[in-house]
Ligand binder design. Structure first.
Ligand code: GTP
Ligand code: ZN
Length: 351
C-alpha cells in the first residue's frame, strides 16, 4: 500500500484502516504451508506504557511500579510504520532500554487495546484520530460559565466515551460564577457521574475517589479550568493555566500536548489532552451509543431492524416501553438522552 502517505507520529494521527495494532506480517502466498522465515520473537523485549508522543519519539514507562522503573525514549520499528502508537498504549521495546541519557529503544509491538478513544476531524470524515488508548474513564470538564457551556459538545464527548467503552464523568467547574442546575439537569438522566467544582472549594477528595486506580482522560473546551484541576490533583504537574480572553470568551489553548500524569502515590493516571475544538464523530457506529445505556439496549433488541430509536421511528420498542412505564419514572428522560445523543451523531457539528 505504498501509495498511502506515511503516517505522521502525532497523537492526532490518522488511523482508520490501520486497525491491526500488532506487527503486520506479509500474507503468506502459500497459504497452508507453514512459514519458514519467522519474524524474530524479540524475547528480550521489555513492556512499557506510552506516556508521551512527540514527533516520532515515544516516551515509554518501563517496569512501572517496579524497582527498576524508568522512562525509555523509543522510536518505532520499521515494520510498525503504518501502525498508530498513542498515549496509553502498551508496547514491547527492544534495543537500548536503559533509559540513560541519549539512549533510544525501539518499539516492536503494540499490545491489544482495551479501549480506544477517538474522534474524526468532522462528522463526514470516517478517518479516525486516536486520542488515547487503554483509558478507563473520560473526565469531561465543562464550565458553568466563562466560557459558555456548549451542551452539544458535551453530548459529543459522551458519545465518544460510550463508543470507546470508557466510563464518562462530567466535572462542572466555575460553579462560583453561575448556578449549574440547568446545565446538569439533562445529564442526570444519563446516569453519568457529575461532580461540581468552585474555585474556592474544588472537590478534590471526591475526584481522587473517582480517579483512584484508573486511567482517566481529561477533555474539555479550552479555558474551562481543566489544567487548574489537573494541577490540584497532581501537584507539580505544571500544566499551564491561562486566563479566558474577555473579548472572545476563549481560553488560550495553554496546554498544547497530550501528557500522562501519575496521581500521587502511583494511584492511577490522568491523561491531559489539549482543549479539543472539534470533536467529529464520523467514525462512530450508532449501536455503540446504545451500549452506554444497558437497560435500553436490552429492550431495543425487540426493535425492528434498522430502527433509529428516534421519536419518529415506527414500532420502536423503546418508545413502547416508555409508554407502558416499563422503564420506570426515569424512562422518558433516559430515552430522551439517548435520542439526543443519536441525533448529535447524525447532525452536522453546530456548537
Ligand atoms: N471563577 C473560577 N475560575 C476558574 C475556576 N477554575 C479555573 N478557573 C480559571 O479559569 C481560567 C482557565 O483555567 P485553565 O485551567 O487554564 O483552563 P483549561 O481548561 O486548562 O484551558 P486550556 O489550557 O486552554 O485547555 C484560569 O484563569 C483559572 O484560574 C473556577 O472554578 N472558578
Ligand atoms: Zn428502536
Amino acid at each position: 500500500m505504498s501509495w498511502l502517505p506515511p503516517v505522521d507520529d502525532d497523537d492526532d494521527e490518522p488511523w482508520g484502516q490501520y486497525d491491526d495494532s500488532a506487527v503486520r506480517e506479509r500474507p503468506n502466498p502459500k497459504a497452508n504451508r507453514p512459514r519458514t522465515k519467522q519474524r524474530p520473537a524479540h524475547e528480550d523485549a521489555v513492556v512499557g506504557r506510552i506516556i508521551q508522543v512527540d514527533r516520532g519519539r515515544y516516551l515509554t514507562l518501563v517496569d512501572e511500579g517496579g524497582d527498576d522503573e524508568r522512562e525509555v525514549l523509543a522510536t518505532r520499528a520499521r515494520e510498525l510504520r503504518r501502525v498508530s502508537i498513542v498515549t496509553g498504549d502498551r508496547v514491547d521495546v527492544v534495543g537500548d532500554v536503559s533509559g540513560d541519557e541519549g539512549s533510544l529503544g525501539r518499539i516492536v509491538r503494540v499490545h491489544e487495546r482495551r479501549t480506544l478513544l477517538r474522534r474524526s476531524a468532522d462528522d463526514t470524515d470516517a478517518v479516525e484520530r486516536i486520542i488515547v488508548a487503554n483509558a478507563d474513564q473520560l473526565m469531561v470538564v465543562v464550565a458553568a460559565a466563562d466560557p459558555e457551556p456548549r451542551p452539544r459538545l458535551i453530548d459529543r464527548y459522551l458519545v465518544a466515551a460510550f463508543d470507546a467503552g470508557v466510563t464518562p464523568l462530567v466535572v462542572v467547574t466555575k460553579t462560583d460564577l453561575r448556578d449549574p442546575a440547568e446545565l446538569i439537569a439533562p445529564l442526570q438522566a444519563l446516569g453519568v457521574e457529575i461532580v461540581t467544582s468552585a474555585a474556592s472549594d474544588p472537590p478534590l477528595e471526591r475526584l481522587r475517589d473517582l480517579l483512584h486506580g484508573r486511567t482517566t482522560v481529561a477533555v474539555g473546551h479550552s479555558g474551562v479550568g481543566k489544567s487548574t484541576l489537573v494541577n490540584l490533583l497532581v501537584p507539580g504537574a505544571g500544566r499551564a493555566t491561562g486566563v479566558v480572553n474577555a473579548v472572545t470568551g476563549r481560553g488560550r489553548h495553554t496546554s498544547s500536548s497530550t501528557v500522562s500524569l501519575r496521581l500521587p502515590g502511583g494511584d492511577g493516571w490522568i491523561i491531559d489532552t489539549p482543549g479539543v475544538r472539534s470533536f467529529g464523530l464520523g467514525h462512530v457506529n450508532p449501536d455503540n451509543i446504545l451500549t452506554g445505556f444497558p437497560d435500553l439496549a436490552a429492550i431495543a433488541e425487540d426493535c425492528p431492524r434498522g430502527c433509529t430509536h428516534l421519536p419518529d421511528s415506527p414500532d420502536c420498542a423503546l418508545v413502547d416501553a416508555v409508554e407502558d412505564a416499563r422503564l420506570g419514572d426515569a424512562g422518558a428522560a433516559r430515552l430522551d438522552s439517548l435520542q439526543r445523543l443519536l441525533t448529535t451523531l447524525m447532525r452536522p457539528k453546530e456548537y
